[in-house]
Design a protein around this ligand. Sequence first.
Ligand SMILES: Nc1ncnc2c1ncn2[C@@H]1O[C@H](COP(=O)(O)OP(=O)(O)OP(=O)(O)O)[C@@H](O)[C@H]1O
Ligand SMILES: [Mg+2]
Length: 171
Amino acid sequence: MTTLFLTDAEATRSLGVRLGNCLPAGSVILLEGDLGAGKTTLVQGIGEGLGIEDAIVSPTFTLINEYPEGRIPLYHLDLYRLEPSEVEVLNLESYWEGAEFPLGIVAIEWAERLPYKPQSYLYLRLSYSPESGRQAELVSVGNFDWGALAQDLGQAKDLPLQPETMRDLEA
Ligand SMILES: Nc1ncnc2c1ncn2[C@@H]1O[C@H](COP(=O)(O)OP(=O)(O)OP(=O)(O)O)[C@@H](O)[C@H]1O
Ligand SMILES: [Mg+2]
């Protein structure tokens, strides 16, 4: 697990930019974190990293926003208003299987509402505590391909990384 300290909204966005720059097509990012934790801010950064110029707005009512015009497509989902049984019938796997839609980055807010998960994904939890402030925890599950991301995060100067985080990334 990798923990990053996100001192302000710009740090959250900047982490997203790095994900958008580095991740290969077929990446799924499952985002968890309380209301207002910064999930949409992070996805806005992903859009910027992919070179998407359209404004990335929260798909709370539309469920899925598709942005095809960047380096690879971005599929942004928000499951906040749904029960797992409602999510089940949406066939979300069509976004990461690559048959119906071209593979890109799938970013899912409120991913804890998913009744099923892809085989490989990046689990990214945003949290806040009064002692340590805002944090991002990143965990790769299955054969998640970090691409150039681990190295890139290790070199990030504008993210306030703790030494133990650097070691995690190099390991
Ligand atoms: N690291 C941070 N430090 C301080 N403020 C932040 C940070 N990251 C994001 N914010 C701010 O927190 C607010 C909520 O962010 P955002 O809408 O991205 O959260 P969210 O997790 O998507 O919320 P929701 O659960 O409602 O979808 C925004 O004003 C954003 O600028
Ligand atoms: Mg949001």
